[in-house]
Design a protein around this ligand. Structure first.
Ligand SMILES: *Cc1c(COP(=O)(O)O)cnc(C)c1O
Length: 366
């Protein structure tokens, strides 16, 4: 692999590529094996190691700036981190406005540990009281679905002063948008089901860290728990990653165009996109993010208004994910997010900006 410093497009295209060898495939191929012929090679059984994982881990690790461990889903990565780091009676800080299943997992599936679960809004005025006594602080920035941000370096300093680990859910930003480890975080977690894979056909997640002891525990726990990704999904994610720069560029272009079109729209309230200079998250986002993504949120009048909008739009799928090639949107309150009934999370795809804006404006008139 080349070690020359290079731009985002170059890094995505070449991330995790095998050494050039005559007769070998140009790009990594999926290896589906369960058992291997035994000997003194790395691979012996597919729940413990797999060459297709290693290729993607090398790719994502090179972008995140650490050692990556891939998982079957984003929640598999998050729950593995919680299981590996938390002991009975520990305090864990989670975002009150972040991905809802992280909170639900601690409440409903780790109750035997009697954890002290402290919920802090992403946009809190963070100080020592928020992290006091914590073993693990997990932030999500930009948060999902509210798109608030927090200052990763400042929270890292607070967490470390308490002896806590700081984890950042980097799903929305992707490694091209933000490098939490460079900002002082101890570990990145992410759902690569979203923009990193980008084609709405794969579930995948990862952790990345520079902490070798934590890395070893995460790897060992993955082998023991079996939360491993399928090699075919891993390979599809790697193939998708190659175009992440191109896709994010178009998605952000679409988000900027849609933001301009919706900013003064009479039916739209609470429009948020951290990339906009007028967004409350922008001052902090600008200092720690390298670029912005394609997800916006806004409010329509009611749940019925959102259903009407999604029914009328031709280019916007009613679907609950984000970061894919296809524009999509969903009403978050239906999943139990603590948000207004009419709040829409809108994920800009890679359509042309004029087409997408025209379709959204037409659907809002319908
Ligand atoms: C989707 C998502 C997850 C969960 O990822 P899965 O791949 O669906 O398990 C976690 N965090 C954030 C911010 C997400 O958007």
């Amino acid at each position: 692999m080349t070690t020359t410093p290079s731009g985002d497009g170059t890094r995505c295209v070449h991330a995790g590529e095998p050494a050039a060898e005559p007769g070998a495939p140009l790009v990594p191929q999926p290896v589906l094996a369960a058992p291997y012929h035994l000997g003194d090679a790395a691979d012996f059984y597919g729940r413990a190691t797999n060459p297709t994982w290693r290729a993607l881990e090398s790719a994502i690790g090179s972008l995140d700036g650490g050692e990556c461990v891939v998982y079957a889903t984003g929640m598999a990565a998050i729950s593995a981190l919680l299981r590996v780091t938390l002991r009975a009676g520990d305090t864990v800080v989670l975002p009150s406005d972040g991905y809802y299943l992280a909170r639900a997992y601690v409440r409903e599936h780790m109750s035997a540990l009697d954890l002290d679960l402290r919920l802090v809004p992403t946009a809190a005025d963070w100080d020592a009281s928020h992290v006091r006594g914590a073993r693990l602080v997990l932030v999500e920035t930009p948060s999902n679905p509210g798109l608030d941000v927090c200052d990763i370096a400042a929270v890292a300093e607070l967490a470390h002063a308490e002896g806590a680990l700081l984890a950042v859910d980097n799903t929305t930003a992707t490694p091209l948008g933000q490098l939490p480890l460079d900002l002082g975080a101890d570990v990145v977690v992410a759902s690569d089901t979203k923009a990193l894979s980008g084609h709405s056909d794969v579930l995948l997640g990862h952790t990345t860290t520079r902490d070798v002891a934590l890395l070893a525990r995460l790897r060992a726990e993955r082998t023991a728990s079996g939360a491993v990704p399928g090699p075919l999904e891993t390979w599809l994610a790697h193939r998708g990653l190659g175009t992440l720069d191109l896709r994010l560029t178009r998605q952000a272009e679409n988000a900027a165009a849609l933001y301009r079109a919706l900013r003064d729209h009479p039916r739209v309230r609470g429009l948020r996109w951290p990339g906009a200079a007028a967004d409350p998250a922008h001052p902090t986002a600008r200092t720690q993010m390298r670029r912005f993504g394609g997800v916006l949120t806004f409010e329509l009048e009611s749940a019925a208004a959102v259903a009407g909008f999604l029914g009328a739009a031709r280019l916007v799928a009613a679907a609950t994910s984000f970061g894919g090639l296809h524009s999509s949107a969903d009403r978050r309150a239906q999943w139990g997010d603590p948000v207004p009934e009419g709040l829409v999370r809108f994920s800009c795809g890679c359509e042309d900006p004029e087409d997408l804006v025209a379709d959204v404006l037409r659907a809002l008139r319908a």
